[in-house]
Design a protein around this ligand. Structure first.
Ligand SMILES: NC(=O)c1ccc[n+]([C@@H]2O[C@H](COP(=O)([O-])OP(=O)(O)OC[C@H]3O[C@@H](n4cnc5c(N)ncnc54)[C@H](O)[C@@H]3O)[C@@H](O)[C@H]2O)c1
Length: 214
């Protein structure tokens, strides 16, 4: 299979959400690529191209069976099994992520929260009790957790990431604004809400600005 672009995976999630709503409404059995594209802000051709990475879907002239396509996307995206996730840093961002309910419907659940602050350890964040970062490696190894979120200050992120990898973590969603130096087999996704906002503002006001850098 060709390497699937990140943007395709992100769109599959959007298709999935829409199909889930359609399935819950239970008014139609099928959906065309045009209707699905229109509903999520992309073209019919893009929908077909995104799905083509994973095989053949739908019937010409009929469209896609809503429930079957939803089930296929669940399998492709791994929503049909629960992935346990550890979060490090029970601060403002960490607490918001733990309390966000939307991960669960996609088979992802934050099951452990770690922090180094003695005032936070043993306190609750949502339904979880914050554990000491000193116990992190042991607990992650024991629970066989492979995915983690880093929400600590930038100067702490590398140390935390190295400990996570030592404990067996293979995928890291990093919110700290710093590049991590980790073995190449570890997948890292750098999240930066500020850069998304900068992009938005740039596009809306200065999208055509040209600057000569000397
Ligand atoms: N990417 C984004 O879009 C985005 C958005 C908001 C915040 N951030 C980043 O996320 C991080 C957290 O932001 P915040 O506002 O929640 O900060 P915060 O200060 O509220 O929380 C940080 C938490 O990390 C804990 N901590 C510090 N060192 C630690 C260590 N070694 N091990 C375990 N826990 C440790 C602190 O005790 C604290 O509870 C920062 O790096 C910030 O820049 C990124």
């Amino acid at each position: 299979m060709n390497e699937v672009p990140q943007a395709t995976i992100e769109r599959l999630v959007v298709y999935y959400r829409y199909l889930k709503k359609m399935a819950e409404r239970d008014l139609e059995d099928t959906i065309s690529s045009k209707t699905l594209g229109d509903a999520v802000g992309t073209s019919a051709a893009q929908v077909r191209k995104d799905l083509s990475y994973f095989g053949e879907f739908g019937c010409k002239g009929v469209g896609y069976d809503i429930n079957s396509l939803k089930k296929c996307l669940e399998r492709i995206l791994g929503f049909n099994r629960v992935r346990e996730i550890a979060l490090v840093g029970a601060g403002n961002l960490g607490r918001a992520l733990v309390n966000y309910q939307g991960f669960k419907e996609m088979g992802m659940e934050i099951v452990e929260v770690f922090d180094c602050d003695i005032d936070k350890i043993n306190n609750r964040v949502g339904r979880l009790t914050v554990r000491s970062v000193n116990e992190m490696e042991k607990i992650i190894r024991k629970r066989n957790i492979k995915t983690a979120i880093i929400a600590v200050p930038e100067e702490e992120a590398q140390g935390v990431a190295s400990s996570l990898v030592k404990a067996g973590v293979k995928a890291i969603w990093n919110f700290a604004p710093v590049a991590l130096n980790l073995p190449s087999e570890v997948v890292i996704y750098y999240e930066d809400l500020a850069s998304s906002l900068v992009w938005l503002i740039y596009k809306s006001g200065h999208g055509n600005l040209k600057v000569n850098v000397k």
